[in-house]
Design a protein around this ligand. Structure first.
Ligand code: 4NP
Length: 149
């Protein structure tokens, strides 16, 4: 099983989603990565506020570097989780066929099925936004982890 977490910049939400899911999956049989649809922060570390909220929850995400989502990710991953509806649409826009499209899911549907809720973009918000994002992703990743192991 190969799982990709996707947001816009790959510095705030999807690095947290990657780190949180990694912390819950104890087998090497699952590959977990993250990417951003924009490529605006290519090569950068996660946002310091994401690093901090992860650290305060016992998770180190400082080995991650931002990268742009690419078409080959449809071949390299089985499940692609979008953080919000805009990410979801941007990913679907470059899907080549229905197999690609079927891999793309809204991550909060794992905790709130069929509601298509967004993980709010915390980039322009305060630290409280990052705590909120952590809590939402933690709940969704609990459900992902319990389904795949
Ligand atoms: P992310 O947050 O998509 O959760 O990584 C953002 C990071 C950077 C920007 C927007 C959202 N930006 O506009 O640079």
């Amino acid at each position: 099983m190969r799982i990709l977490m996707v947001c816009l910049g790959n510095i705030c939400r999807s690095p947290l989603a990657e780190g949180i899911l990694r912390s819950k999956i104890l087998t090497d049989a699952v590959t977990i990565d993250s990417a951003g649809t924009s490529g605006l922060h290519e090569g950068e570390l996660p946002d310091p506020r994401s690093i901090a909220v992860a650290k305060s929850n016992g998770i180190d995400i400082t080995d991650q570097r931002s990268r742009k989502f690419k078409v080959a990710d449809f071949d390299n991953f089985d499940l692609i989780y979008a953080m919000d509806q805009s990410n979801y649409q941007n990913i679907l826009d470059i899907a080549r066929n229905s197999d690609d499209e079927c891999k793309v899911k809204m991550i909060l549907n794992e905790s709130n099925p069929e509601e298509n809720l967004n993980v709010p973009d915390p980039y322009y918000g305060g630290d409280k936004g990052f705590d909120n994002v952590f809590r939402m992703l933690d709940e969704a990743c609990d459900n992902i982890a319990s389904k795949i192991q």
